[in-house]
Design a protein around this ligand. Sequence first.
Ligand code: AMP
Ligand code: MG
Length: 268
Amino acid sequence: MVKQPIRLPPGEKFRLADFDADYTGGIKSKKKARRELDENIAVLADLGYRLYAEDRRSLLLVLQGMDTAGKDGTIRHVMRGFNPQSCRVTSFKQPGVEELAHDFLWRISRSVPRRGFVGIFNRSHYEDVLVVRVHKLVPKSEWERRYERINLFEKLLREGGTTIVKVFLHISKEEQRRRLQARLDNPNKRWKFSRADLKERAFWSDYQRAYEAALTRCNTEYAPWHVVPANRKWYRNLTISRILRRTLEKMSPQYPPAEEGLEELVVE
Ligand code: AMP
Ligand code: MG
């Protein structure tokens, strides 16, 4: 129950019961975590600026998790350093008529980040093997084929210059109960509550199984999954900021070369 590599080698089976949603990496002081988060956010701001200046590649963060897992909170707290000019969040809801008339990847590919951008998916193409599988919205023969198609799609993105970071926000069922109750109890949060959330909660174990399948079957070298312990919001934020920082540092975006001879120019 304490297994804490956030990543698993491709091919290995994810068992969510092995991951402790309460894990906080032995960090005792929230204050220290806060300091590191702020520092990471400052570094991310600089790296994001370079990525935009370089204008050649992009970064895509895919956020998945059960209701109340903290997808919105992650965006609010971790992504705040990025320039809104080169950052775009797409929240995927139930598909509309137009979207349903297309293949499931149609709306996704229209939303992938352009060169120089950081894209954030609040839910994603994974819903098409999660909610769709749990509620049998398409026949099994169809969703079964989607795992491989998702891998192919992500491979194409990667080859086109998009680095993909996939994060599963791992909360426990008990923590979801607390958070849903808190939404009900707080008048400023009630708008977020929907009776449908309770219906979905009843399918908790089906979702966990669907997640395990998606994480296992779509965990590739070019687009790996990260299981982030998310019962503690501060640890969740810190962990995701670390993953993003590591990823962008590895990408090492560079300012493009300036025109030649600019050093001698004087503006009069
Ligand atoms: P929220 O993230 O709380 O705004 O809720 C969005 C809802 O849209 C969730 O219940 C998702 O399961 C649902 N949703 C997102 N994508 C799909 C999809 N491809 N098919 C069916 N439902 C979806
Ligand atoms: Mg919701």
